[in-house]
Write a protein that binds this ligand. Sequence first.
Ligand SMILES: [Zn+2]
Length: 249
Amino acid sequence: MTLLWVLGFVLLGSVGAVCGAGLFLLFPERMRRVLIPYVISYATGTLLAAALLGLLPEAMEQAAVEPVLALVLAGLVVFFILERLMVWRHCHMEGPCETHHNTAGYLILVGDALHNFVDGAVIAAAFLSSIPLGIATGLAVIAHELPQEVGDFGILLDSGFGRSQAFLWNTLSASASVPGALAAYVALDQVEHLVPSVLALSAASFLYIGLADLVPGLHGRIGANAGLGQFGVMLLGVGTIALFRLHHG
Ligand SMILES: [Zn+2]
């Protein structure tokens, strides 16, 4: 039963996000430019809340505080190194940005496959702890994958992929979340004491994506009103996750 939940959210957060991004690209460009920062603000709220209200408290219920926090720290450093090596990349803006210029389409696909593999494992670990934590975590994945896939389409089209080609390759690299989820599901079912460690690393991944990748892209692009709107949407993201955590008690 848990496996069905896992697979449902994993598919929504990967292939679902690619399809959602594909539909989103049918909107006029001006509308997309207005909407994307709001989607990113919402995603930031869900990621930070899922990490700090969901994954970390759960990890600390199952294991001691110090090793959990040490793993979060290690995770943050590793994600920084991976990003420097251009393996891990989260740039959600359409149009030119430094990462886009420096990264070829195929490298994007490889980095994305790795990222989605991890996202799948994160969802599985969360559902193995509790269904509400799994749902909260799954929502945070869907929320950040949607703008991520929009950005990916832009890069792939820029680097010469045709539309259907871009869609196909994007779907394929997103599908890496399924083996990620299955591997984590089987492994964590066997070695249960690893669950808090995986939750801690998942929290690090969410914190890193939210603070290091998404927030910087929101700065300096907008006036005060839109800024206030984005702040509101970010709180909405936090609220969504808090709702599921309240259920958990
Ligand atoms: Zn992701």
